[in-house]
Design a protein around this ligand. Structure first.
Ligand code: SF4
Ligand code: SF4
Length: 165
């Protein structure tokens, strides 16, 4: 764990990168709500799953940002850091961590991929813009945020980002 990264120092950069993504998520939620109840529920469930599963991972990793401002991916995982407080006094295992991290990561991919078909209905330009923004966000997050996170040496995401960038 990198103590000099506590508290997280690149808060302004994190917010600049994350707020547009959160706005896009909200717009997609509203759009799917108009499209139909089933896609709306599926999309919301993906968020809920990511937040809950990540909260276990936050607690398992004893992340120093738990309950405070944290550089969680996509902005949504900031909620995980608060929910992680509930796991603090429970027994945690590596097996569960690996399982939850894998499912959580799949759901995170699902959040990006699931609305593609519905966004395509708005036009190819909207779809391409969405993909460009999503890819740009992922690259900038792992290149500019992850390397300044206190648990980048133990977190699976941080380790991968460290190898790539
Ligand atoms: S930085 Fe990551 S592990 Fe730490 S509290 Fe936030 S979401 Fe959880
Ligand atoms: S190392 Fe990266 S992926 Fe892992 S908790 Fe920190 S910012 Fe998130």
């Amino acid at each position: 764990m990198f103590k000099d990264c506590i508290p997280f120092k690149k808060k302004a950069l994190y917010l600049v990168l994350t707020i547009p993504i959160v706005i896009i998520f909200i717009l997609i939620v509203l759009y799917l709500w108009q499209t139909g109840l089933i896609p709306f529920i599926i999309y919301c469930c993906l968020f809920l799953l990511v937040i809950m599963l990540q909260s276990y991972c936050c607690a398992y990793q004893d992340c120093p940002y738990i309950g405070k401002f944290c550089p969680g991916i996509g902005g949504i995982t900031i909620l995980s850091s608060v929910i992680a407080l509930l796991w603090k006094n429970t027994k945690r295992s590596e097996k569960m961590f690996n399982l939850f991290a894998s499912i959580g990561f799949s759901c995170l991919i699902g959040i990006v991929v699931f609305p593609l078909f519905f966004i395509y209905k708005l036009g190819i330009f909207v779809l391409i813009s969405y993909l460009v923004i999503a890819i740009f966000y992922c690259i900038t997050f792992f290149a500019l945020i992850c390397p300044f996170c206190a648990i980048r040496d133990t977190c699976p995401g941080g380790k991968i980002a460290g190898q790539i960038f």
